[in-house]
Design a protein around this ligand. Structure first.
Ligand code: ADP
Ligand code: MG
Length: 564
């Protein structure tokens, strides 16, 4: 071997490793799920690359994952003949954590209880590092498809790891764990036990579409046993099976596999289309919003498969932007394996699929709203702000969206209301749905505009998300009732009688204040155009009002500074 070096883990990686080594995560079995998931990804990548690059010299005839145990040495190896890694890949991918949000995760982990830490780790998906929950030393040997030399990496999970270039290794990756001696006596953590491994694979990785093989003892037919290689997983693509063949637990594991979320999904949506453009989709609504829901550089959650072959993650063409939190898989039968993001954006069949999937998701939300108010509320609290973007960007589904949105309202400060519920409570003769936008609930409720509405007993929607300012202008009405801001335009809340008395009151005031107004106009002279009475104010004695053609105070300052 050549060029052995000892390198340090990146600081954040070290911290995460520390947490793994001390194993605050009680469910250690998931390390195997993580290693199998990586192997499965590597096989997906190899198949795709071999398809796209005909010059790549690789054998793709028997792609699989193998698990090997050595009870004497107490080692467990997970091997794949997938894409493999170059030496640079190994240093870059295994020695550092490229994922955004690691820093935040670490901060949270340190502050949280063990139970909360479990959730966080699972949600984040600690991946390869989870090996160090069960191993005191990990060795990885890998050769990238198309390269002639291989790389050997090993670490005890403390601050450093070693890498060296080795002349020979099969293409793909093998990860060998030296299991911790302290777990040797505990059958719960006996990862050299065939049944233990079988059970973990079936629980977490049954749907993996590559065979996961292991040599096991099986009856030889003559009363003894013989060694035999068996495939431990069923490999059935979950999305291709009908709902009644699959139990909830399988859906949940699959969701966790594709989403890296430790928690159960809130809702599962299955779609099957037959005919000229055939596809199956299995979509999930998570129960928690990701931290990057409103970040510019975020990932989307839907994977595209073509005829069971993984094509890409984060496929943005399959659902509109405002449903970016939906996770899942879409498997299309009639696309080329060569399909690119650009082609997908322009494909007519894809846009039809996207419309159908959008409608399905929205009707799943509607069903939650109708059947399970609690779950709907969780959904809305987590994702409502994103969904409301659709009111602006997706006119085609506006009605479906208006059916599922909900808002704070003056009716009940503790509860959100749907538009339907608002309309049902409208007063006799009320034609509009009233709302007021503002930076916070408190700002909106203490607005002077609110007073008259409160006095008359009209319900007002309290809209405090930035996006609310925007969609209200795009949405004219719900159920034939126009949406009306209580801060804009002419508002006619009074009866004829009230109007008459208000008018005579104003006339009287005009007479009472005529002398004062004339005096002020004279005193202020050229400074103002006019001094007049107003009903705008409730507590302040006076304010300056510009004509619409006037400069704003800020512009005035700028002009003055420029010497005008
Ligand atoms: P994640 O899978 O979420 O990216 P991991 O810690 O599990 O995070 O793995 C880090 C990276 O290391 C992977 O993204 C992949 O690029 C690489 N890797 C891990 N295992 C393998 C493997 N068996 N074959 C090829 N690459 C791998
Ligand atoms: Mg991984």
């Amino acid at each position: 071997s050549t060029q052995a070096e000892t390198l340090e883990f990146q600081a954040e990686a070290q911290q995460l490793l520390q947490l793994m080594v001390h194993s605050i995560y009680s469910n250690k079995d998931v390390f195997l799920r993580e290693l199998i998931a990586n192997a499965s990804d590597a096989l997906d990548k190899l198949r795709l690359e071999a398809f796209r690059d005909k010059d790549l010299e690789v054998d793709t005839s028997d792609l699989h994952i193998a698990i090997e145990v050595d009870r004497e040495k107490r080692t467990l190896t997970v091997r794949d003949n997938g894409i493999g890694m170059s030496r640079d890949d190994v240093v870059g991918l295994i020695g550092t954590i490229a994922k955004s949000g690691t820093g935040e995760l670490l901060r949270k982990l340190k502050e949280s209880s063990d139970a909360a830490a479990n959730e966080l780790i699972g949600q984040f998906g600690v991946g390869f590092y989870s090996s160090f929950m069960v191993a005191d030393e990990v060795t990885l040997v890998t050769r990238r498809a198309g390269e002639s030399t291989a790389t050997r990496w090993s670490s005890a999970g403390a601050g450093t790891y070693t890498v060296e270039t080795v002349a020979e290794a099969p293409q793909g990756t093998s990860v060998t764990l030296h299991l911790k001696p302290e777990d040797a006596e505990d059958h719960l953590f006996d990862y050299t036990d065939e049944w233990k491994i079988r059970q973990i694979v079936q629980r977490y990785s049954d749907f993996i579409t590559w065979p996961i093989r292991m040599e096991v003892d099986s009856p030889d037919g003559a009363g003894g046993t013989k060694r035999e290689v068996q495939t431990l997983n069923s490999m059935k693509a979950l999305w291709a099976r009908s709902k009644d063949e699959v139990d909830e637990g399988e859906y949940r594991e699959f969701y966790k596999h594709i989403s890296h979320d430790w928690r159960d999904p809130l809702e599962t949506v299955q779609v099957k289309a037959e005919g000229t453009f055939e596809y199956q989709a299995l979509l999930f609504l998570p129960s928690h919003a990701p931290a990057d829901l409103f970040a510019r550089e975020r990932t989307r959650g839907v994977q595209l498969y073509v005829k069971r072959v993984f094509i890409m993650d984060d496929c943005e063409a399959l659902l509109p932007e405002y449903l970016r939190f939906v996770k899942g898989v879409v498997d299309a039968q009639d696309l080329s394996l060569n399909v690119s993001r650009e082609i997908l954006q322009q494909d007519r069949q894809i846009s039809l699929m996207r419309r159908r999937l959008t409608k399905k998701v929205l009707s799943a939300v509607k069903a939650m709203l109708d059947d399970d108010a609690e779950r709907y509320r969780t959904f809305w609290n987590e994702f409502g702000r994103a969904v409301k973007e659709g009111l602006l960007s997706d006119p085609e589904n506006r009605d479906a969206l208006l059916d599922v949105v909900s808002f704070a309202s003056t009716h009940d400060p503790e509860q959100l209301t749907t538009l339907r519920q608002y309309v049902e409570r409208m007063k006799d003769g009320q034609r509009h749905i009233y709302y007021l936008t503002g930076a916070s609930r408190q700002v909106v409720e203490s607005s002077p505009h609110m007073e008259a509405f409160r006095a008359k007993g009209y319900e007002v929607l309290v809209l405090t998300d930035p996006i609310d300012e925007m969609w209200v202008d795009a949405v004219p009405e719900f159920d034939g009732k126009p949406l009306q801001s209580i801060a804009k335009g002419e508002l006619d809340l009074d009866t004829e009688e009230e109007k008459k008395s208000a008018e005579s009151e104003r006339d009287q005031q005009q007479k009472d204040f005529a002398a004062v107004l004339a005096w002020m106009t004279e005193k202020l002279g050229d400074e103002v155009r006019q001094v007049r009475l107003t009903s705008r104010l409730t507590t302040s004695p006076a304010c300056l009002v510009g004509e619409s053609s006037d400069l704003t105070p800020t512009m005035e300052k700028i002009y003055r500074a420029m010497g005008h």
